[in-house]
Write a protein that binds this ligand. Structure first.
Ligand code: FES
Ligand code: FE2
Length: 430
């Protein structure tokens, strides 16, 4: 359980909050690159860390992310004209470049024009494309970290696929689902048997046979390695190891030769988050059928309300609950699809769960340690200006693993090599 004030500290990410300051230390996913597909395409509204912003791509292919509202009289620049290397407000024609600098006020007389323009600049943040994602850094420009090195975003394009969805709850309870691997044996039991992006792996049978997993959590430089042990053949354990890198990157342990997947949980505001979901294979292109399955919402992806990033199954339609399928055992909860199984339950906790009321047990040890690590890092940043774990790009070079080890070997010894990115080498998976 967590005191209310600690819950507030960890869940609030708006400007000026301690956790908000911490999120602003990192490059975070802002949009998918597909949202700004070509030069001078329509601008996109995006809310991040409770700030309302506008994203656009100018005539020269440069990306801009800046305050959504015009400096003149506050009109949304979403209505603007994206033309001739800038975004022009539709009300009186003021124009801004990708840095938020005002470059034209057409109504002003020539003699005052340039001095007035030079004084007007919207708040703006850098935005860069790496992989399928547009990343932004919303902190102090003086401490801009190196660009992200996550393997999923750095492998050749044909080896990676990323989607994003809107989740209607606070980022932390969504993240906590990502490091709680004990729920897989129940909530996702159907997926292990049927999902085209999971089924067939030898490890699945250990998952389904041992319903009392043992957790061992080890600190890493950037966050945690959450090891979960289940019985395997005589004298052996099946280990699934989930890295969490601060503040909100997780990677699910792989299954067989299927691609590896995971999530970034990014606050929109305190009651909503973006879930960026990636899938990649370190050494081979994704097959056409794998990509099609991802687009169709299998694996950890989902289907969408057409033209939006809102899941087709959402709280307004009770996630298309199918009680008959639940009774028959086709699905454990009656909800179809891994990501919607997770989202439905996490959203059901309310927009910000009251952690003073929980009763944590041994399988929650990953969650307990992650909260403690976040809390410590937030205080160290706030009180002493200490850069938090995960900013250093070396902390980002991690992989998940699924592996069978002799009973007397600790996972951290047995996996020291395979939990690191090894370019050109396959991930450890059974
Ligand atoms: S409000 Fe934008 S130009 Fe007047
Ligand atoms: Fe899950």
């Amino acid at each position: 359980m967590l005191k209310q004030e600690i819950n507030d500290l960890l869940t609030q990410t708006g400007p000026g909050t301690p956790m908000g300051d911490m999120f602003r230390q990192y490059w975070i996913p802002a949009l998918l690159a597909e949202e700004l597909p070509e030069n001078d395409c329509p601008p996109v509204r995006v809310k991040l860390l409770s700030e309302r912003l506008i994203a656009f791509r100018d005539s020269d292919g440069r990306y801009g992310l800046m305050d959504e509202f015009c400096a003149h009289r506050g009109v949304s620049l979403w209505f603007g004209r994206n033309e001739e290397s800038g975004l022009r407000c539709s009300y009186h024609g003021w124009k801004y470049d990708v840095n938020g600098q005002c470059v034209e006020i057409p109504s002003e007389p020539d003699e005052r024009h340039s001095s007035l323009c030079s004084k007007i600049k919207l708040k703006s943040y850098p935005m860069v494309k790496i992989g399928d994602v547009l990343w932004t850094y919303m902190g102090d420009p003086a401490t801009t970290p190196d660009l992200p090195q996550w393997e999923f975003a750095r492998v050749p394009a044909e080896q990676s696929f990323t989607s994003k969805r809107w989740q209607e709850c606070n980022w932390l309870q969504a993240l906590e689902g990502g490091i709680d691997s004990s729920h897989v044996s129940w909530l996702h039991s159907d997926g292990l048997k049927n999902d085209p992006l999971f089924k067939g792996a030898k490890g699945n049978k250990y998952n389904l046979a041992d319903m009392k997993p043992f957790f061992e959590v080890v600190e890493s430089e950037g966050g945690l390695f959450i090891g979960v042990r289940r019985n395997a053949e005589e004298g052996h354990y099946y280990w699934r190891i989930t890295p969490w890198v601060m503040p909100s990157f997780t990677m699910i342990p792989p299954r067989g030769d299927h691609p590896i997947h995971g999530h970034f949980w990014i606050p929109i505001d305190d009651e909503n988050c973006w879930v960026f979901t990636y899938d990649y294979h370190p050494v081979r292109p994704l097959s056409e059928s794998e990509v099609q399955h991802m687009k169709d919402g299998h694996g950890v992806h989902n289907e969408f309300v057409p033209g939006t990033y809102r899941p087709l199954q959402n709280k307004d339609n009770d996630y298309l609950m199918d009680r008959a399928a639940q009774k028959r055992g086709d699905t454990y909860s009656g909800i179809k699809g891994i990501s919607m199984q997770d989202a439905s339950l996490q959203e059901s906790m309310g927009p910000i769960v009251d952690r003073a009321k929980e009763r944590l047990v041994s399988t929650d040890s990953g969650i307990i340690m992650a909260r403690r690590k976040l809390w410590r890092a937030v205080e160290a940043l706030r009180d002493e200006g200490v850069t938090p774990p995960g900013v250093d790009v070396r902390h980002q070079e991690v992989r998940s693993a699924a592996i069978v080890l002799p009973k007397d070997q600790s996972f951290i010894e047995g996996c020291a090599e395979v939990l690191r990115v090894r370019p050109g080498e396959k991930h450890a998976s059974v």
